[in-house]
Write a protein that binds this ligand. Sequence first.
Ligand SMILES: [Zn+2]
Length: 418
Amino acid sequence: MRTIMRASQHSTTRCSIVAALGLAAFVAVATPVAAQGGRGGRGGGRGTAIPPGESCPPGTTEIRPRSCMAPEAPPPSILDYRPHSTLVTTAHIVRAAKFPAIDYHGHPQSLINSADGLERLGAALDSLNVRMMVSADNLSGARLKTALDAVRASDKMKDRVRILAGINFQNVGPGWAEKAIAQLDADVAAGAVGVGEIPKSLGLSVKKPDGSRLKIDDPELDPIWDECARLGIPVFIHTADPEEFFHPIDYTNERWLELSLFPERRYPQDRFPSFEELMTERDNMFRKHPKTTFVAAHMGWHANDLPHLSTMLDAMPNVYTEVGAVLYDIGRQPRAAHDFFVKYQDRILFGKDSFQPEEYPYYWRVFETKDDYFDYYRPYHAFWKLYGIDLPDTVLKKVYFQNALRITKGLPHAGWPN
Ligand SMILES: [Zn+2]
């Protein structure tokens, strides 16, 4: 695909030159630079020619159209090449969110089980202006009760932590739904405000008792999604992983470094369903349960394909989406992302995922500023830079807290700004 685009760009250029300069120019342009005896300008003429439409061989780079050359010095690895940007531009470091935020994708883990942990969580959230964290750690039964008791006993945090309930997907078959519903009803009665985060193992790896893969749209699961609608609680769900994790690990894969650092994130296609298959199952499930509110974590792994996510949100009014861990895709397309957030301002929730307080300010900076070309926090996710998408205050408030409040009746609704 990339090669084809490159070839057509070249032929467009050539046609316009032919039109402007006539046939003599066409002959010169069509002749590989290397064959022109140094006429390619300073540095030109030293490369090795390649036919139109081909890429440069490994170890070389294109120095003039269709002319490839290797650097004189041994090239650094992608780990060691860390160029310092010389760009001089205004920078706005945003340590605390402009409006109080709800982190809908919280993984506080054991921090919410004790007064001391809650105190530390609160101090970290205060410094970021995150007013509330929704725990998406799949708590249920006794573990849920322990956390709820600790939160209720904390003067500082009793209105600042809410918890989603987990669902146990083991042994899905006859009788499973009744048990799962009874447990969910008990968890919601105890104080859970929703379900989640439904883990990616649903679809990727959970098996039914007969050994077959439990599909996300399996009809045996239908009663539990309907129960969520009856209870009026949202379902926060993580399906699959970035599409590149399902692709071959070659040098065209944008996540090569991550997949090489963390081999367990690869989904070889002889052992796992494809990305498309999982997305189709998820969307079938969303469509089958129009009265259930679903929040697709990580922008459904479509942040790199906002036209696709637009189509989904247009077709499924019961679906919302959340921004955790996909900032690298939002911040690399500031104009398209700005327009997407404005258009779908009622459908996007803030969430961070992995609890690292020092990483939240990158989100604020992307959402709130129009800064250019700044670093992302995990170089192995994205070797590119980010840009601010400069959202208006009305949109920021919806993304930071208003949308979460609207779809989650169990969150404390008092004391938020207008
Ligand atoms: Zn998560």
